[in-house]
Design a protein around this ligand. Sequence first.
Ligand code: GSH
Length: 261
Amino acid sequence: MITLYDNAMSPFAQKVKMVLHEKGIAFKRVTPDLASPEKDFLDVSPLREVPALVDGDVSLFESTIITEYLEEQYPQIALMPRTPVDRARVRLLQSICDSQLEAIIFGMTEFIAFKRADGDVAASMLGKAKADIKHLLGWLESQLGTRAFFNGDAFGMGDIAVLPYMSTLALYKLGPAEGSSLDHWFKKAKAQPSFQRCIEDSKTEVGAFKESVARVYSGLWPRQYRNHRLDWFLRSGGFDIVADGYAKSTIRFSQLPFYTH
Ligand SMILES: N[C@@H](CCC(=O)N[C@@H](CS)C(=O)NCC(=O)O)C(=O)O
């Protein structure tokens, strides 16, 4: 049976779980302690991140690599569109959502859940985040065009790419404008059973996430500021927050893959 190393709050892991559910593939969930990972987990996930997946002799990390593997290895229920141009369009959605959109939502969570700053700095950076999100929602709306789903006529990988992020934006009351085509899509897409199962997992694990806040403050679980996340903080006025968090070990940067000789 497939093992998925998971965290219910992770949008990256939700993408993989939706693909597994949509394809009807049975799997076992393991939720590793990301603050002090065991060697077994690091062997499977050398970047110390969820999701990671083990399927027999195959062990993989990086959500989009995993979803592509599942699509090719278990093709009976296809989730990618048929034509090369539509497949390229879906890959663009995956790329922009997992880099730019994720980074801004991560940044907002740093203020809302992890209280990185208050007063004028928080207000200014949250204002920048809201403006960036509005911009990206406009881009997503143009990508959706007149289609019923990002994937085309039916729910698929294109929708899986966007849905975890749109769901967090809706929680932050920054979802699509009422009555917009993005709003119509969101209402249909979030009812998908594969997504509802992810929401059930996150409801049962939200308590553990809240407890983790104290571990961040005490330096036991530095949050990972990498790539677009770091870029967003720096370009939005967060130089001092990053320097302070790094000095106090509440922020870490990316790491090279763990390995043993
Ligand atoms: N590029 C990776 C990103 C995965 C990722 O960032 N996962 C986060 C959870 S959302 C994680 O495991 N972070 C480790 C930590 O917080 O210590 C992917 O697409 O799978």
